[in-house]
Design a protein around this ligand. Structure first.
Ligand code: NAP
Ligand code: GLV
Length: 309
């Protein structure tokens, strides 16, 4: 049995090492593969070139190296009959929770202001606000949104979440569907975007929706750049409607060197690095899934093509 891997970042020979440890009967073939295409049983990929995955006639399933799968859907020749599995593994989930907690606390504790004051050698305290006086609103209560909410809870923030279907999560006020978006945004002093990118969520943060946030709210985007209309966010930052933003993802990546976001005083930029799979735990997740599939059970975290995520 062979798995073809087209990786996201250079992980050295870590894929080989962990597949050898957890499933020695599965051989790793690193892309580009010049052996017979019919030998490939599974693919584990990030941003495969368009048309690549249809080359393997015996492919049984596609594993995405990311939680997001629009990098696969952008291939017009993606074989429609093949199951696609999202990456849902503890390393990726914990990394995202860390980034969200870090960013929420950064804005909650006025770090953008203290950073500016530090540069100006200005000594001056800002009145602290109790965590319980702020609501963190999470757009998307899936694998990552739910875990981030759980990690934020011990700080005492009020928590709200918005999803397609209603949720019953302890300590998280649930809003769902387009009809409840306005009420959700109106509560969100610190807004975290953890939605998948779909036709319904693209551009969801725009002039009209940003105007619904409490004045001075912080925006943390760790989902996809195309969720935000960047010009509208910049205008909202300039007017003070949005008080600050932590942006990990952008309309264009890498963020162009001349983007005004690099040195905007109210923006913190990271290079699409909020979280990534940890090779060891990611391999365990894939191996467990392959073993389920080979024994006739359903694959976990299958993408629903109709919903788009
Ligand atoms: P997930 O488990 O599929 O959860 C998606 C959530 O969004 C669900 O709660 C879903 O609602 C909700 N949702 C989807 N469409 C909606 C709509 N139209 N209206 C309201 N709610 C909607 O996804 P995940 O694993 O948490 O990952 C979320 C995203 O994070 C990924 O798609 C990826 O783009 C991004 N990500 C970024 C990084 C990074 O480093 N920056 C790393 C990992 C992931 P239901 O629960 O009702 O289905
Ligand atoms: C990263 O962006 C992911 O989708 O996992």
């Amino acid at each position: 049995m062979n798995i073809l891997i087209k990786s996201d970042i250079d992980r050295g020979d870590a894929w080989d090492t962990f597949f050898a440890k957890y499933k020695p009967d599965l051989s790793v073939q690193i892309w580009p593969h010049d052996g017979p295409p019919e030998d490939i049983d599974y693919a584990l990929v990030w941003e495969p070139p368009a048309g690549e995955l249809k080359r393997y006639p015996n492919l049984k399933a596609i594993f995405s190296i990311g939680a997001g799968i629009e990098h696969l859907f952008s291939d017009p020749e993606l074989p429609p009959h093949l199951p696609v599995v999202r990456m849902v593994e503890p390393g990726l989930t914990n990394g995202m929770s860390e980034y969200v907690v870090l960013s929420v606390l950064y804005h909650h504790r006025f770090m953008l202001d203290y950073r500016r004051r530090m540069r100006e050698r200005q000594w001056g305290e800002i009145q602290q606000v109790a965590a319980s006086a702020r609501t963190v609103g999470i757009l998307g209560l899936g694998a990552l949104g739910r875990a981030a909410a759980q990690k934020l809870a011990p700080f005492g923030f009020q928590l709200a979440g918005w999803s397609r279907s209603p949720k019953d999560l302890p300590g998280v006020e649930s809003f769902h569907g387009e009809g409840q978006l306005e009420a959700f945004l109106g509560r969100s002093d610190i807004l975290v975007c953890l939605l998948p990118l779909t036709a319904r969520t693209e551009g969801i943060l725009n002039a009209a929706t940003l105007a619904l946030l409490p004045r001075g709210a912080a925006v943390i985007n760790v989902a996809r750049g195309r969720h935000i209309v960047e010009a509208d966010l910049l205008a909202a930052l300039d007017s003070g409607q949005v008080g600050g933003a932590s942006l990990d993802v952008f309309q264009q990546e890498p963020l162009p060197v001349d983007s005004p976001m690099w040195d905007h005083p109210r923006i913190l930029v990271t290079p699409h690095a909020a979280s990534m799979p940890i090779t060891d735990t990611a391999v365990q997740y894939i191996v467990e899934n392959i073993e389920c599939f080979e024994s006739g059970q359903t694959l976990r975290n299958l993408v629903d093509f109709d919903r788009g995520y």
